[in-house]
Every structure is written in structure tokens, then in C-alpha cells.
Design a protein around this ligand. Structure first.
Ligand SMILES: [Zn+2]
Length: 334
């Protein structure tokens, strides 16, 4: 409720500032803005229907136009290198996509290539080539085909509880996989066949074709909130063959991954942890903390771009400084 009010109030205030041409006066040009998406589409496929993870292609193009007008868009590698350079004419922004979805190749890449915009995709290696399906997408698929009722009954989840939130906050990786497996048995479904049929994720050939503008880093292996795992399990989750310059944690908020996971990633050779946070990347803090904060634009209306990228990050940053408990402010980001 507080979240919704905060978002509505900042969207409204942002529109007023924009109409008075006061919008970009409020920020430091040196601060880096990292924005991210998941997939591109209508959000109606069984695996995406209950996740709010897709933005329409037409709105995505408008987002790109806005970002190009107001920012210098750089790759995440270049953005981090240039963060300490003298004040620029336009602030720097970098675009990334989580979950390694194929719709990025099919519907985002053509526009990014045409506009010569570099970008990053954070992938879960085991699902590349649709060899597996992530539990979030499988759960959406089950709800789509069998409704929430039998799942909630099977797991003894109360009717008013958000099913994804329940899975996200209640279970370790082993228990969650076990329950998802049992649900598959109950519905007589084979997750591997669903993965192949849904074709949600990138294939090797797609990734090769995008190398002219894209870089690939890890989003961990099984997409579970790392905060509920043991040190050994976290190490296993972040093991992969991708470059270790950046790693994006699933769900991406400190409350989901915990400080322990951040430290473990750094001591296992990862250079920067990418989170979903207040969105402020102060040059003096980025390198010291090896932490980059992103804002989600996946469900952002065009009219609210300024408040999502600038106004809310600024206010959240100020509020968190005033009251450390604001770290626990939840902004949905899968
Ligand atoms: Zn994710």
C-alpha cells in the first residue's frame, strides 16, 4: 500500500516537474542510471501471464527513443569505466535484460541494433536452449492451465496470499524444487517438455547473432532468492562459465539476496553485483562497494519514465539515508 501510494505520488509530481521543465535540474550528471527489463511481448503466454515481466514492443521502442533523447547510452562495461569522468552534457544510462528470454532476441535486439544501442543480458545458464524452465515461469504455466486453487490447496497456502511471494519467501532451493516437481506430477506434466514447447529462452545461435551489441553475464543458475541459501548453496548458484565482470542476483533486492551473497560473489571473483535498489549509483560509492543499482522499466508507462528513472531513485536514496529501514521498502522486481 505504501509502495503504491509512493509510486502514484512520484508519478504525479514527476509529471508536474516535467511540465515546468524542471525535471533534469534535480540530478547529478555524473550519477549512472542502469535500467532493466525482462521480456518483450503481450504478457499473455502461459509462462508469463502471472509475472508482469513483459513490455509491449511498441512501448519498448518509445522507451528507447526517450532514453536516447535524455541519456548517453553506453554498455555496462563502458558506463562503469566512465562514471568518474568529468561532468557530461547528458547523464549516462545502460540497459540490461534479466532471465535470458528469447523475446529479447526476437523483439528488442532488432531495434537496439538499428539504433546502435549496446546492452547486456543476464542469463541463467541451465535454461539456455530451453533445456529447463525456471520455477517462476513453470508456476505461471501451472496457474494458467490449472488455476491457483489446486496449487494453493496442495501447498496449504491461504487464499489471500500471493503465490509467488509465498514460494519466494518460504522455501530453500531444495524444498522449492521438490514441491514444483510434485505439482508437475500431480498435473501429469513434464517440465522439460514444457520448456521445449514454450521456447522461452535464448538459444546459442541467438546469443552469437547478438554479440555485435550484447554482452552476457550470469543471473545465477536456478533463479532463487539467494538470501534463503547456505554459503555452499550460494557458491553453487553463482558458479558458471560466463565472464565475472557483473552478476545480477534474482529478484535483485537486498532483502532477497542478503549481504552474505554479495560478499560471497566478490570473494569468488565477481567484480560487480547488480541489484534492484534505489537506482542511485554515486561515483564515489560504486567502486568502493562493487555494487550497481538498477531500476525496472518493464512495466513503466511512457508518461512515468522521468519519475521511474530519476525522481523515485532520488527520493528513495534520500529516504534511505534518513532511515536505514527503508532498505526493506519492497518494489516488485522479478
Ligand atoms: Zn530474474
Amino acid at each position: 500500500m505504501i509502495n503504491k501510494t509512493f509510486i502514484a505520488a512520484t508519478d504525479f509530481f514527476g509529471m508536474i516537474l516535467r511540465s515546468c521543465y524542471l525535471d533534469f535540474k534535480l540530478r547529478s550528471l555524473q550519477d549512472l542510471r542502469l535500467v532493466f527489463y525482462h521480456g518483450i511481448g503481450d504478457g499473455n503466454s502461459p509462462s508469463m501471464r502471472y509475472l508482469s515481466d513483459e513490455i509491449s514492443e511498441s512501448l519498448f521502442i518509445r522507451h528507447l527513443d526517450y532514453l536516447q533523447e535524455h541519456y548517453t547510452i553506453l554498455s555496462i562495461e563502458e558506463a562503469v569505466l566512465k562514471i568518474k569522468e568529468p561532468i557530461r552534457e547528458k547523464p549516462i544510462c545502460s540497459i540490461s535484460f534479466d532471465d535470458g528470454l528469447r523475446s529479447v532476441f526476437l523483439k528488442a535486439y532488432p531495434h537496439l541494433k538499428r539504433k546502435k544501442i549496446p546492452f547486456t543480458i543476464f542469463i541463467n545458464s541451465p535454461v539456455v536452449n530451453n533445456k529447463k524452465i525456471l520455477w517462476t515461469h513453470l508456476l505461471s504455466y501451472f496457474i494458467f492451465h490449472y488455476t491457483e486453487k489446486p496449487i494453493k490447496e496442495y501447498c496449504s497456502i491461504e487464499a489471500n496470499v500471493d503465490i509467488f511471494e509465498w514460494f519466494r519467501s518460504n522455501f530453500s532451493i531444495v524444498q522449492r524444487e521438490k514441491i514444483i516437481g510434485k505439482l508437475a506430477q500431480k498435473f501429469k506434466e513434464n517440465p522439460k517438455v514444457i520448456a521445449q514447447n514454450e521456447g522461452l529462452y535464448l538459444e546459442n545461435g541467438d546469443m552469437e547473432k547478438m554479440l555485435d551489441f550484447a554482452t552476457f553475464y550470469s543471473h545465477t543458475n536456478n533463479h532463487v532468492p539467494l538470501g534463503c541459501l547456505s554459503t555452499e548453496q550460494i557458491i553453487k548458484e553463482i558458479e558458471h562459465n560466463l565472464p565475472k565482470n557483473f552478476i545480477s542476483f534474482p529478484f535483485g533486492m537486498k532483502t532477497d539476496y542478503g549481504l552474505n551473497a554479495h560478499q560471497i560473489a566478490l570473494s569468488n571473483g565477481h567484480q560487480y553485483v547488480v541489484e534492484v535498489g534505489n537506482g542511485i549509483n554515486d561515483p564515489s560509492e560504486v567502486k568502493a562497494k562493487s555494487l550497481l543499482s538498477r531500476v525496472s522499466l518493464g512495466s513503466c508507462k511512457f508518461s512515468n519514465m522521468y519519475s521511474a528513472i530519476e525522481l523515485r531513485p532520488l527520493l528513495k536514496h534520500k529516504l534511505q539515508k534518513l532511515k536505514p529501514k527503508m532498505e526493506n521498502f519492497r518494489f516488485k522486481a522479478l
